[in-house]
Design a protein around this ligand. Structure first.
Ligand SMILES: [Zn+2]
Length: 157
């Protein structure tokens, strides 16, 4: 059998299969690290266990899956047609939990940044990463998310 995929491409494919759930988060981590940002992983002591914690900036970052965390008006946040009532209950619980955790974090003076997975579908994340780093360093908003709520995102599904 002839191998039609070169080793680099194969390893990329394998990585995308293996690391299905962590890959976007890894891209964020590497990118921010390259921009000189320093952080802790998984704030286990913090509400919602943020994916990245930036103590220096009193900020936390979540990489949210659009489906489970119900990204507002995002095509990835669909409701499956079977057992839709059960799904709705589950989603409502998720959204309420997120809201509670956000409030708890903000009450303790943490700024909260959220990157939705749909914004990570592109190959080039440099603009996003610079925006996140800038927000961390100079932002004053208690909450910021990407894509921005007002952005009209075309999301290929
Ligand atoms: Zn989304």
């Amino acid at each position: 059998m002839v191998d039609i995929v070169d080793p680099a491409k194969r390893s990329k494919i394998m990585a995308s299969i293996r690391g299905k759930h962590t890959r976007p988060e890894l891209r964020i981590r590497r990118g921010l690290h390259q921009l000189g940002m320093r952080f802790r992983l998984y704030g286990r002591d913090l509400p919602g266990r943020p994916d990245l914690v930036f103590p220096q900036y009193r900020a936390v970052l979540f990489v949210h899956g659009c489906f489970w965390h119900r990204h507002d008006s995002c095509r990835l946040a669909y409701t499956p047609s079977t057992n839709s009532l059960k799904w709705r209950d589950k989603f409502t619980a998720n959204v309420e939990r997120d809201r509670r955790q956000l409030a708890l974090l903000q009450q303790s003076g943490w700024r909260v940044l959220v990157i939705w997975e749909c914004v990570l579908r592109g190959d080039d994340l440099s603009e996003l990463l610079v925006s996140v780093a800038t927000e961390l360093k100079t932002g004053e908003s208690p909450y910021r998310e990407w894509p921005n709520k007002n952005d009209k995102m075309e999301i290929a599904v």
